[in-house]
Every structure is written in structure tokens, then in C-alpha cells.
Design a protein around this ligand. Structure first.
Ligand SMILES: [Zn+2]
Length: 253
């Protein structure tokens, strides 16, 4: 399984739009190839990534199918979930459709990103097939294979939610629910590294970590306007139903 045939070089503009990077520096090339290589390895060997890949494919959302994705955009400000600079914690933008740049971006776009964008999930527009979503991986923000694994699994959980539940990302409750699940089920809060074990480690620390990360992500939703109170309220309101919803992980038994 290969993530994608050696993709072209892209750079993400400060507005969050991908544009071809015609003057890729040797360092950017090195970072891109490194993330590509890690990604290829993870799709082959990581139980978590393989599990999510399988479950996305079952919903006709194949993150490795070059024909199935990101027609003409990926990016931050508008629709893409935006990442926290240092971690794999993203949140979601909404509304405005976007750029007109490059068509047929790979579903997993590895690109060099400006300050403030670390990656994210770019959901398809309501009129499109949910398979036409994409994940942005910022090659200059991913420093280890395990960081990539956490980032990828977090975004793949958003994608799964998008395909399975038709999430309205501009609705803070919907967004909060997916962030709670993504933070809880991915490696973000270091509890679920082994797929297949029903060890949900429901510790107070784990819950506090999930809640904190989900709030930060929801705060970055334009509809939330950075208001921590609003974000906390959205997270708390969906907490019980979403924290307890471990799909697709509970379907393996
Ligand atoms: Zn997220």
C-alpha cells in the first residue's frame, strides 16, 4: 500500500491554499520525502492507521485513492480543520468555499505550511461525495513517525465521522463531537495505541486531556470566534454521547 506516488511539491499560502511549489528548497524536499516515507510505512505497518484505512474504505472514503479526492482545495481558513502549531490537535473551519488553485490534489497532501497551520482535515462540500475530502499534512511540522501516526489517525477519525455521519462542520456541536472522538481515539491523549484492545483507560487525566484538546480545536472554528466559554459549552454538551462513542473501534468484536 502506498500513500501516493511521489507527489508534486506544494506549499500552503498564509490563507491556507495549496499552490505548486516550483522552488522547493532541498530542506523542503527532504521534509516532504521523509513524511511521505513515514506515511507509506504507517499505511503498511501501523495497526491504527490500517484499521482506520479499512473502515474508511468500507464507507467508500479511501484516503489513498488519487481519483477520489480533493478536487480543488485544501486549506485552512475556510473549510479545513486547522491544527495547533505544535501538536496534532486540529479544529475546523467552515463555510466559505475556496480557492481555485490546483485541481486533483492527492487525498493526503504533504506540503510545507506557514506558521499557524500544522495540518488538518478538509471535508468535502455538501454537494460533493464525502470521498472528496482530504488531509493536509504539514511536512515542516511533523517531526517523528509517531507524531505523524497520531496526526493521521486524528484526521482519519474526522474523515470517518464525515463519511459516516454527514457532519455539518459549521455546527459547533457536530464539530465538538468529532474533536472529542478524534482526541480520545487517536494517540493524541496517549491511550489507545493498540487497536483491538478494549482498554479505554478512562482515567481522569485522559478525559481532561481530551476535553482540553477538543475545546482548543473548537475555539478555532470561525463560528466560535476563539471564545473559550462557547467552545467549552459545546464540548460539555456533547461529552456524554461523544466520548462514549468509540466507533469504529467497538465494531471489531
Ligand atoms: Zn481535530
Amino acid at each position: 500500500m502506498t500513500t501516493s506516488p511521489s507527489t508534486a511539491a506544494y506549499i500552503i499560502t498564509p490563507e491556507g491554499n495549496p499552490v505548486p511549489n516550483h522552488s522547493e528548497t532541498p530542506n523542503q524536499l527532504k521534509e516532504r520525502e521523509r513524511v511521505q516515507q513515514w506515511s507509506d510505512q504507517l499505511f503498511r505497518t501501523s495497526p491504527m492507521i490500517r484499521f482506520m484505512y479499512k473502515h474508511l474504505s468500507l464507507l467508500d472514503c479511501n484516503p489513498l485513492d488519487p481519483s477520489s479526492s480533493s478536487s480543488n482545495r485544501i486549506a485552512s481558513g475556510s473549510r479545513t480543520t486547522k491544527d495547533e502549531p505544535t501538536t496534532s490537535n486540529r479544529s475546523q473551519g467552515s463555510s466559505s468555499s475556496s480557492s481555485s488553485s490546483s485541481s486533483h490534489l492527492p487525498p493526503l497532501l504533504i506540503a510545507s505550511c506557514p506558521e499557524g497551520i500544522a495540518g488538518g482535515f478538509n471535508p468535502s462540500a455538501p454537494t460533493e461525495s464525502t470521498s472528496r475530502s482530504g488531509i493536509l499534512l504539514c511536512s515542516n511540522r511533523i517531526f517523528s513517525k509517531s507524531h505523524l501516526e497520531d496526526t493521521l489517525s486524528h484526521e482519519m477519525i474526522h474523515w470517518w465521522d464525515h463519511c459516516r455521519f454527514k457532519v455539518d462542520w459549521s455546527n459547533l456541536s457536530h464539530h465538538a463531537c468529532s474533536e472529542v472522538r478524534a482526541a480520545s481515539l487517536s494517540g493524541d491523549c496517549r491511550f489507545f495505541r493498540e487497536v483491538g484492545r478494549r482498554n479505554f483507560g478512562l482515567t481522569k487525566q485522559h478525559q481532561a486531556c481530551v476535553r482540553r484538546r477538543a475545546i482548543l480545536s473548537v475555539m478555532a472554528n470561525p463560528k466560535c470566534g476563539g471564545d473559550e466559554k462557547v467552545a467549552s459549552k459545546a464540548v460539555d454538551e456533547v461529552w456524554n454521547s461523544c466520548f462514549g462513542d468509540t466507533r469504529p473501534f467497538d465494531e471489531i468484536y
